[in-house]
Design a protein around this ligand. Structure first.
Ligand code: NDP
Ligand code: MG
Length: 381
């Protein structure tokens, strides 16, 4: 039996991972971690019987301990607990499905404990890819992409030589506001931004998709995962979300992975790689689809994409600041404290104010995050 731990089990990726586990019936879940949703976590513990469960919020952990007193599960909390869940003996693979750069330390700890990483948590790679990728190589652990575009690229690279990649064609739906100008986006409300045309995801990534910050993060994620320079990564808008990404090779051949927009496919692929398993659900029907269309991205109006490329090119601690500012600003927007365009304004402010550090270590990354949050808390947008 394959054994896994899931960090962020109550979220969109976490619950879909558990659906994959449920459908296959041959994976044992050894640890689950969540932020504060103990009602769902309790149900998951009862169904999947992990030996360890972690809740970030200490009070909620105490409550969960009471609620699960009849079960053989240890309940832990906070960062210490998250690290315990990430490193707990037993699991071979840790699915990192927490949202945000809070995932850095548990991901590194899991790798150091010899675990493969099924990586959904892109913010970790964007901010600490320069630490994580060499560490994976040194320790001989695998980083298996869960993000649909990166899984597509990974699938296109099966049996190919990485050095023969000419270009990565990273597809994007363009989000709900594709085609709009900044002027036309200034009154966007939280409810509008939370409606993604093709994918159903957590709140933060849904906002990131609408601003195109998500695609910016994914460019940096692809750079680290596939060791390809940024100028060999091209974003292609493909509004139907049928092509999940493509790779162009030196001879001009382009390989693509297509499918319905269902995260269970990349999740299952990461868990069973290199094996493919039956996956129930909708299949592509090219007759009824009719057409797949393509467009150029619009970095002038979608500043998030332009700023991400700038942060990626500058490198060092700049992607940390880009990401930390975005995490802060998205939360402010979701709590209706800043307008929609304030998200990219805040990212820009933070990047302009930042003194770049080359090759930051984990402590310096976390300090750059704290500095960014302090800076943004003090400005009004
Ligand atoms: P969600 O917001 O749906 O879920 C986040 C999960 O993380 C929840 O289980 C949440 O717990 C948990 N969590 C939050 N904070 C902590 C913490 N401090 N300690 C432990 N657990 C915590 O996010 P998504 O599932 O959408 O996204 C997760 C990651 O995957 C992100 O990095 C995202 O970019 C990436 N991703 C997501 C895709 C998707 O389709 N959703 C696609 C590709 C990538 P609680 O519920 O208790 O708050
Ligand atoms: Mg994606």
């Amino acid at each position: 039996m394959k054994k896994i731990a899931i960090l962020g089990s109550t979220g969109s990726i976490g619950t879909q991972t558990l659906e994959v586990v449920r459908n296959n019936g041959d994976i044992q879940v050894t640890a689950l971690a969540a932020g504060s949703n103990i009602s769902l976590l309790e149900q998951q513990i009862r169904e999947f019987k992990p030996a360890l469960a972690c809740v970030w919020d200490e009070k909620k952990a105490l409550e969960l301990r009471g609620r699960t007193a009849d079960l053989d599960v240890k309940v832990v909390s906070g960062m210490e607990g998250l690290l315990e869940a990430a490193t707990q003996p037993g699991a071979e693979t840790v699915v990192t499905a927490v949202v945000g750069m809070i995932g850095i330390q548990p991901t590194i700890a899991a790798m150091e404990a010899g675990k493969d990483i099924a990586l959904a948590n892109k913010e970790t790679l964007v901010t600490a890819g320069h630490i994580i990728m060499p560490l994976a190589k040194k320790l001989g652990v695998r980083i298996l992409p869960v993000d649909s575009e990166h899984s597509a690229i990974f699938q296109c690279l099966n049996g190919e030589e990485k050095r023969q990649i000419h270009k990565i064609l990273l597809t994007a739906s363009g989000g709900p506001f594709r085609g709009r100008t900044r002027e036309e986006m200034k009154d966007i409300q939280v409810e509008d931004a939370l409606k993604h045309p093709n994918w159903s995801m957590g709140r933060k990534i849904t906002i990131d998709s609408s601003t195109m910050v998500n695609k910016g993060l994914e460019i940096m994620e692809a750079k680290w995962l596939f060791d390809v320079p940024l100028d060999q990564i091209q974003v292609v808008i493909q509004p139907q979300s049928v092509i999940h990404s493509m790779v162009e090779f030196e001879d001009g051949a382009v390989m693509a992975q297509l499918g319905t927009p269902d995260m269970k496919l990349p999740i299952q692929y990461a868990l069973y790689y290199p094996e493919r398993r039956f996956l129930p659900g909708e299949r592509l029907d090219f007759w009824s689809m009719g057409q797949i269309t393509f467009e150029r991205p619009d970095p002038e109006n979608f500043r998030g994409l332009a700023l991400a490329c700038e942060a990626g090119r500058i490198g060092g601690s700049m992607p940390v600041v880009f990401n930390a500012a975005n995490e802060y600003a998205v939360n402010e927007f979701l709590n209706r404290r800043i307008p929609y365009l304030g998200i990219t304004d805040m990212i820009e402010e933070a990047m302009r104010a930042h003194q770049v550090m080359d090759d930051p270590d984990v402590e310096q990354i976390l300090e750059a995050e704290r500095q960014t949050r302090r800076l943004l808390a003090g400005i009004s947008i």
